[in-house]
Ligand binder design. Structure first.
Ligand code: ATP
Ligand code: MG
Length: 711
């Protein structure tokens, strides 16, 4: 290989702060390398250093390196690490770090006209409308839930390289949890595929088609394959445990008969099996490439020994093939606080206590952007949004479609797409200026406006502009059309831009990321593991355990785990803590009951052995949480009810979530304090000047007309 012994500039930097195993992976010559290692051991760091080392040593030209991963967020993280190392410049020069989908989109755009010719294609941003028509034809219900389930089946099949004709047998074989009889699902799949060819022969592509058609072109057209393979020669994949057969096929098509591939992954973090991921590609890497150099890392640089110990115990209970490959992590950081566990009567109490703890951490100097609340399903975020809004702590939602589902963002995407279509829109104009002009009518004023609703619109539109600015530093030629397709792909991948605040995220979307403080909330049996996994199979429960492990290993220092026994205030306390927590909680030195709360953890005694009276505030952490759940007197409860009804109607009229009108806690306080006029209402916490002006008169009128409590 040329350049291996060339002049080496700056290499010393790229080899600094690496342990011997990391060093072995970084300095391995070009060719197959596999890093099999646990969370926080520096896998992502190792591959970015390896790329920098190969480039700086002259072993590979930076333009010939393609680094891929699964989420746009992780690709962004790789790009910024590469930029810091000086090997990924502005524009299209330098090392490319992209998602599989973004890489395929780019390649397909380039190759399609030459491989296929005149037939046009367009990327669809959602498959649901087409699935809906196919479902109707198959006489299935067309509820959103049904359509989502059908779309997931189509995605699983395509990721697994299974077509409509092979679907039924494969789905039964794989024990898929189906929303309808298997023949009907197969029928929907077939109709969906057929509907993507329009009457005039044009094609509509979903995200999986990008991978499928790119692979096909590279496989069928030797000339184009040759051209591609002389352009890209060195491939790197992060989170390889989650690669699907279709992605693996594309990777093979990229490589041809070469073997210049570095993969890193952790089979114990495989969390996308349900979507077609197969950890066996990682585990069998040295069978596929017998000459591969395999490196194992065990030193955990991310988390304190206390967090590492808990993580080892979580995954220590795992079963199955992936579990057989686990290595015990060894924490490298100085000691920190013990992970804390807490049980609450209901979700609002859990959220109130969590937010109170977040407030304390912020007061102690932990930046809000270094704090995350992680949950199993996106619907769990609502109660945290409410509590954080109430406490006036900024937050951002990651994963799911929260950011891209916001009205202003959907409007913005439509505007951008439409403007990109009109001929030479913005030709010669600066992209960012054009974008600001487009978004101005949607609420992107030059300065931050007043009013909570306007502020929140403004903040998300500003985040969109910042994202565009960031993208442009990687691609100075970025056009409005390029921006539109990047946004569509991020929307599909659930990857919103970064805003400064506490992160709310699903466990899935938190993969690969890290924070100083992590709150794992809603840890009940039925959420983690999720109920459909419990119903499905032991393997599905194992995947949930790995997801829990991913959550635990996101924390650098502070880790809190909590669950609530009921959903609503005063609801039936029918829930139990997650089965994964059994055996993890510290126990009382005298009676061996589980210890919860900081006092008990510090003394090693449960409250009753320590003689703490039942019902004292410390029996459950969070005084506020307790106050919020105290039963109301009947007359106050009736007023509280009327206020909630008014709020529901108001929220409906304004088309926004109820808690943004007033939080439950505020309505409770109004119901008990019964303000006689605006001046008294103003004193209720959660009633700011904007809300007073907007809702004050209505609220005072409701209070005035309510029955007076009997004394
Ligand atoms: P995950 O499995 O969660 O993706 P990972 O193995 O990719 O984790 P990284 O994110 O690369 O781990 O590294 C975890 C943290 O440890 C990062 O903050 C990284 O900078 C730090 N780190 C990694 N290796 C070292 C090292 N040799 N010395 C000091 N810090 C390190
Ligand atoms: Mg990583």
């Amino acid at each position: 290989m040329s350049g291996a012994g060339g002049i080496v500039v700056g290499v010393v930097d790229h080899l600094a702060d690496l342990d011997p195993e990391q060093l072995a992976a970084v300095t391995a010559p070009r060719g197959p390398v596999c890093v099999l290692a646990g969370a926080g051991t520096g896998k992502t760091r190792t591959i970015t250093r390896r790329i920098a080392h190969l480039v700086e040593g002259g072993q590979v030209n930076p333009d010939q390196v393609l680094a891929v991963t699964f989420t746009a967020r992780a690709a962004g993280e790789m790009r910024s690490r590469l930029r810091e190392l000086g090997v990924s410049g502005a524009g299209s020069s330098g090392v490319q770090a992209q998602t599989f989908h973004a890489a395929a989109l780019r390649q397909l755009r380039y190759f399609w006209p030459r491989a296929i010719g005149d037939t046009r294609w367009e990327l669809i941003d959602s498959k649901l409308p087409i699935v809906g028509r196919a479902a109707r034809r198959a006489r299935l219900a067309t509820t959103t839930e049904m359509l989502r389930d059908l779309a997931s089946e189509i995605e699983w099949a395509k990721a697994s390289l299974i077509g409509p004709s092979g679907y039924a047998a494969a789905a039964v074989d794989a024990g898929r949890d189906l929303p309808a009889p298997v023949e009907q699902v197969a029928q929907v799949f077939a109709a969906y595929e057929a509907a993507k060819v329009t009457d005039d022969g044009d094609r509509l592509f979903d995200f999986d088609d990008l991978l499928i058609y790119t692979t096909q072109i590279l496989t069928d057209d030797a000339g184009l394959a040759e051209e591609f393979r002389s352009r890209y020669r060195c491939f790197v994949v992060d989170e390889y445990q989650d690669v699907t057969p279709v992605q693996h096929g594309l990777l093979k098509a990229w490589l041809g008969d070469r073997d210049d591939l570095t993969v890193v992954g952790d089979a114990n973090q495989t969390i996308y099996t349900f979507a077609g991921a197969q950890a066996s590609f990682l585990l069998n890497f040295s069978r596929e490439y017998p000459q591969a150099q395999v490196v194992r890392l065990v030193r955990d640089y991310r988390s304190t020994p206390e967090v590492v110990d808990l993580a080892n115990r979580v995954i220590g209970a795992a079963r199955g093939r992936a579990a057989g490959t686990r290595l015990e992590l060894v924490g490298q950081r100085p000691p920190g606080p013990m992970p804390r566990f807490a049980e609450y009567p209901d979700e609002p109490a859990e959220a109130a206590a969590t937010v109170a703890d977040i407030g304390k951490l912020i007061a102690e100097g932990v930046p809000a952007s270094e704090i995350a609340v992680l949950y199993r399903v996106n619907a769990q975020s609502q109660v945290y949004e409410e509590a954080l809004t109430q406490a006036q702590i900024p937050y951002q939602i990651r994963g799911g479609d929260a950011f891209f589902a916001r009205t202003e963002i959907r409007q913005a995407l439509r505007e951008i797409t439409a403007a990109a279509r009109t001929a030479d829109a913005a030709a010669g104009e600066d992209l960012i200026d054009t974008l600001r002009v487009l978004l101005f009518p949607l609420g992107l004023t030059p300065d931050e406006p007043s009013g909570a609703e306007a502020k929140s619109r403004w903040a998300s539109l500003s985040a969109l502009v910042e994202l565009a600015e960031d993208l442009r530093t990687h691609d100075s030629e970025l056009s409005l059309g390029g921006l539109a397709s990047e946004l569509a792909s991020r929307s599909a991948a659930g990857h919103p831009p970064t805003m400064n605040g506490v992160t709310l995220s699903s466990l899935h979307a938190a993969k690969g990321l890290e924070w100083d403080a992590v709150f794992l909330v809603g840890l009940t049996d039925g959420a983690v593991p999720i109920s459909h996994a419990i119903d499905a199979s032991a393997e599905a429960v194992e995947e949930e355990r790995r997801l829990f492990y991913v959550g635990v290993t996101r924390a650098r220092e502070h880790l809190r785990l909590s669950w609530a026994l009921a959903r609503n205030e005063g609801g039936r306390r029918g829930r139990r803590k997650s089965r994964f927590l059994v055996g993890l909680l510290p126990t009382c030195e005298r009676c061996s009951s589980n210890l919860m709360g900081s006092r008990a953890l510090a003394s090693g005694l449960c409250d009753s052995c320590a003689g703490v009276p039942r019902g004292s505030a410390s029996a459950r952490s969070g005084v506020a949480a307790r106050a919020a759940t105290m039963p109301l007197a009947p007359a106050d409860a009736a007023l509280f009810d009327s206020l909630r009804q008014w709020r529901a109607a108001e929220a409906n009229r304004e088309k926004k979530p109820a808690f943004t009108v007033f939080a439950d806690k505020t309505l409770r306080e109004i119901a008990t304090s019964r303000p006689a006029g605006l001046h008294e209402l103003k004193r209720v916490s959660g009633v700011g000047p904007a809300k007073l002006e907007r809702y004050g008169d209505a609220v005072v009128a409701i209070v005035a007309s309510a029955a007076v409590p009997a004394t």
